[in-house]
Design a protein around this ligand. Structure first.
Ligand code: NAG
Ligand code: NAG
Ligand code: NAG
Ligand code: NAG
Ligand code: NAG
Ligand code: NAG
Ligand code: NAG
Ligand code: NAG
Ligand code: NAG
Ligand code: NAG
Ligand code: NAG
Length: 394
C-alpha cells in the first residue's frame, strides 16, 4: 500500500470509529440489524479511544508517523496494568488488539484457577468480542468489568435450532456461583424471528449460578434475550431489550432502576394483536420460592405486549414503582391459555405509572397489591442480600 492509500484508509477508519462512538453504539436496536460478519469486520475500529487518529483528519501523513501511531495503540494502556495479585483478588486483562494478557474473554475464563476462593476480575477493554463464552460451575467468583454497556460487548448468534435448544443458545452462559458483571453488554445478533417462526429463540445471557449481580449491563436480543435461569440475582441500572418472553427462567431476581425496551413490531392503534411479553417466569410449584421483582424500572419501546405470561403454573412476577407506556396490553398478563393456572400464578402491580399501568381492564387474576402484600418485593431482602450482595460492595 502506498502512504497515500494508507492515509485515506486512516480517514475511513476514523469515520468508522467516530460512527462507532456516536450513532452506532447508542442506537441500541441497530445492533440487531448487523450481521456477525459486519460486527467482526468492524472489530478493530470500534475502539476509538485506542485509535489515536480517530479524532483527527491528517491528509498528508508521513509513513514514519504511521509507524508511530500504530505503535501507540497499546501505549494508551494504564501503566502497570493489570495490577499484581493480592491475597483476595486477581486481575486479568482482555483486549482484542492484543495489548494485554488475553485477546478473548473465554481465554481469560479458561485461565482462572478452578474453585478459586479469590475473586478474579476479568477487565475487558472497549470493543466487540465476537465469541461464545461459557463459565463452568468450577469457576466461581469471576467478575466481568467492561468499559460501559455501549462500549464493551460480547456477541454471538446461536439460536435454539443451531445449539440443541434455547437453553444452549446463550452468547454467554454462566453456570458458576458468585458471578458479577459491570458495565458490559451481552448480545445475541441472530435474525429477529418473523411471526410464527420456530426455533429462532436466541439467548444473549444465561445466568444459572447463585448469587450473581449485574450493574450497568446491557442485554440485547429479540426472543428470549435474558435467561434468568436459577439462583438469586441482582440487576441494577441495566438495559434489557427483546420482544417475546425476553426475561425468562426460574430464578429469584431483583431488578432495580432497569430500562426495559420492547422491539416487537409496531402494532396499529386499536388492533387487538399481542406480539410479545416482557417476562415468562418459570416457577413450577408452590414449594419453590423463585420470582421476579421489578422496582423503579421503565418499560417502553414498540409492539403490544404483556407484562408476563405463565410459562409454569406458579409463575411469580411483581412490578412496583415502574413506568409503562401504552405498549402494555390492557389485560396486562396472560395465563398461557391455561385457566387452571389462574389460581396459582402470582402477578402483582404496585404503585406503577404511565398509560400502560392502568389496571382497569386487567386480567382477573392480576393483583393490585396493597402495602403489606408488596413489601417483600420492594427491596433487596427479596434475594437475601445480607447473605451475599452486601459483601460485593466492599
Ligand atoms: C492477607 O490476608 C490476611 C488474612 O486473610 C490478612 O491478615 C493480610 O493483611 C492480607 N495481606 C495483604 C497483603 O493484604
Ligand atoms: C497479565 O499480564 C501481567 C503484566 O504483563 C502479568 O504480570 C500477569 O502475570 C499476566 N496474568 C496472566 C494470568 O497471564
Ligand atoms: C468464592 O466462591 C465460593 C463458592 O461459591 C464462596 O463460598 C466464596 O465466598 C467466594 N469468595 C469470594 C471472594 O467471592
Ligand atoms: C451466525 O453468523 C454466521 C456468520 O454470519 C453465519 O454463518 C451463521 O449462519 C449464523 N448463525 C445463525 C444461527 O444465524
Ligand atoms: C460504569 O461506567 C460509568 C461511566 O463510565 C461509571 O461512571 C460507573 O462508575 C461504572 N460502573 C461500574 C459498576 O463499573
Ligand atoms: C428450525 O428448524 C425447524 C425444523 O428443522 C425449521 O422448520 C425452522 O424453520 C428452523 N428455524 C429457523 C429460525 O431456522
Ligand atoms: C429510579 O430510576 C431512575 C432512572 O433509572 C433513577 O434516576 C432514580 O434515582 C431511581 N429512583 C430511586 C428511588 O431509586
Ligand atoms: C405510591 O408511592 C408514593 C411515594 O412513595 C406514596 O406516597 C403513595 O402512597 C404510593 N401509593 C400507593 C397506592 O401505594
Ligand atoms: C383506564 O382505563 C379505563 C378503561 O379503558 C379508562 O376508562 C380510564 O379513563 C383509564 N384511566 C386513566 C387514568 O387513564
Ligand atoms: C392487604 O391484602 C391482604 C390480602 O387481600 C389482606 O389480607 C390485608 O388485610 C391487606 N392489608 C392492608 C393493609 O390493606
Ligand atoms: C426490606 O423491607 C422489609 C419489609 O418492609 C424490611 O423488613 C427490611 O428491613 C428491608 N430490607 C432492607 C435491606 O432494606
Amino acid at each position: 500500500m502506498t502512504p497515500k492509500l494508507i492515509s485515506c484508509l486512516s480517514i475511513f477508519f476514523a469515520l468508522l470509529a467516530a460512527l462507532a462512538s456516536t450513532n452506532f453504539l447508542s442506537q441500541h436496536t441497530l445492533f440487531l440489524k448487523l450481521t456477525p460478519q459486519t460486527l467482526l469486520s468492524s472489530l478493530p475500529f470500534i475502539v476509538p479511544t485506542l485509535i489515536p487518529w480517530a479524532h483527527h483528519h491528517h491528509h498528508h501523513r508521513h509513513p514514519a508517523d504511521e509507524r508511530k501511531t500504530t505503535k501507540t495503540i497499546c501505549d494508551d494502556f494504564p501503566p502497570d496494568f493489570p495490577p499484581p495479585d493480592t491475597n483476595t483478588t486477581s486481575v486479568f486483562c482482555v483486549d482484542s488488539n492484543g495489548c494485554c494478557n488475553f485477546t478473548t474473554v473465554q481465554a481469560a475464563v479458561d485461565a482462572v484457577a478452578v474453585m478459586s476462593l479469590k475473586r478474579t476480575i476479568i477487565w475487558i477493554n472497549s470493543g466487540i468480542y465476537f465469541e461464545k463464552v461459557i463459565i463452568p460451575k468450577t469457576k466461581p467468583n469471576i467478575t466481568f468489568q467492561g468499559q460501559g454497556y455501549t462500549s464493551t460487548a460480547i456477541v454471538w448468534n446461536d439460536t435454539a435450532n443451531s445449539s440443541h435448544g434455547t437453553f444452549y443458545s446463550g452468547s454467554v452462559q454462566v453456570f458458576a456461583a458468585n458471578f458479577i458483571a459491570k458495565n458490559i453488554s451481552f448480545m445475541n445478533v441472530a435474525p429477529i424471528p418473523g411471526p410464527g417462526v420456530v426455533g429462532a429463540q436466541a439467548v444473549a445471557l444465561r445466568i444459572a449460578g447463585d448469587e450473581a449481580a449485574f450493574w450497568g449491563c446491557g442485554f440485547f436480543g429479540a426472543q428470549d434475550t435474558l435467561h434468568d435461569d436459577r439462583g438469586r440475582h441482582y440487576f441494577k441500572d441495566c438495559y434489557i431489550q427483546g420482544s417475546i418472553d425476553f426475561i425468562f427462567g426460574n430464578a429469584k431476581s431483583f431488578y432495580e432502576n432497569c430500562h426495559i425496551t420492547s422491539i416487537a413490531s409496531p402494532v396499529a392503534p386499536g388492533a387487538r394483536v399481542i406480539n410479545g411479553a416482557v417476562t415468562a417466569h418459570g416457577r413450577a410449584s408452590k414449594d419453590e420460592n423463585s420470582g421476579f421483582a421489578f422496582v423503579n424500572c421503565s418499560i417502553g419501546g414498540t409492539g403490544r405486549i404483556w407484562l408476563g405470561r405463565a410459562w409454569r403454573p406458579f409463575s411469580t412476577v411483581v412490578f412496583s414503582y415502574t413506568s409503562m407506556t401504552d405498549i402494555i396490553a390492557p389485560e396486562g398478563w396472560n395465563d398461557f391459555n391455561d385457566p387452571t393456572r389462574d389460581l396459582s400464578i402470582f402477578y402483582g402491580e404496585y404503585n406503577c405509572t404511565g398509560d400502560g399501568a392502568n389496571t382497569t381492564l386487567r386480567a382477573p387474576y392480576a393483583q393490585r397489591l396493597n402495602d403489606t402484600q408488596a413489601s417483600p418485593f420492594l427491596n433487596v431482602s427479596f434475594i437475601d442480600a445480607d447473605q451475599w450482595l452486601q459483601s460485593y460492595y466492599s
